[in-house]
Design a protein around this ligand. Structure first.
Ligand code: IMP
Ligand code: MG
Length: 182
């Protein structure tokens, strides 16, 4: 699988160092409160598991599965919620955790939908944020790394459901994307 990558962006130690910092920030911001973490699956699986183990606060963990991709690398803009009912968040301090902020469609839709359930607060935490013009503006409160507008895989992130198990994050070779876009 390493051969399918153009280059590695963040290796395991770099990811874990950054998680340590984000966990410290979150722990400090939410001290004396009980968090409700909403993990947006499947991309955030590794991230949320490693992050939460570093946050020594009382918390609940809920998962949401949404998708807007249809096997290609471009977002379709339609965000499909696969799991109904939504987690119970009324009056709670919610932290949405996702793998990557790209067009913004997914996180904007997740945030909007959760807001209708009247949480006390909502914040957004993403492992990666692409530096680009977004279709929908989303303010991420915690960002692991800012990256260029390239297609990345590993550490939960997939291309056609593959590469999620790589322990590092890298840029997928362009030919592989182009073959798939055809
Ligand atoms: P958005 O709705 O365009 O912001 O996209 C968010 C979702 O698209 C993420 O949760 C990922 O599942 C997927 N995605 C966006 N960019 C990438 C990428 O570079 N690699 C893998 N998945 C991506
Ligand atoms: Mg995802």
């Amino acid at each position: 699988m390493r051969g399918d990558l153009e280059r590695v962006l963040f290796d395991e130690p770099a990811i874990h160092r950054r998680l340590h910092d984000i966990a410290a920030q979150v722990s400090n911001d939410y001290r004396k409160r009980e968090l409700t973490v909403i993990a947006v699956l499947h991309g955030s699986l590794m991230f949320v598991a490693d992050l939460l183990r570093r946050i020594p606060l009382p918390m609940k963990l809920e998962c949401l599965t949404v998708s807007s991709y249809r096997g290609k690398t471009q977002t379709s803009g339609d965000v499909i919620f696969k799991e109904i009912p939504l987690p119970e968040v009324a009056g709670r301090d919610v932290l949405i955790v996702d793998d990557i902020l790209d067009s913004g469609h997914t996180l904007a839709a997740v945030r909007e939908t959760l807001e209708t359930a009247k949480p006390r607060s909502i914040r957004v935490c993403v492992l990666l944020s692409k530096k680009k013009q977004r279709a929908r503006e989303v303010d991420a409160d915690y960002v692991g790394f800012e990256i260029e507008d390239e297609f990345v895989v590993g550490y939960g992130l997939d291309f056609r459901e593959r590469y999620r198990n790589l322990p590092y994050i890298g840029v997928l070779r362009r030919e592989l994307l182009e073959q798939a876009d055809r």
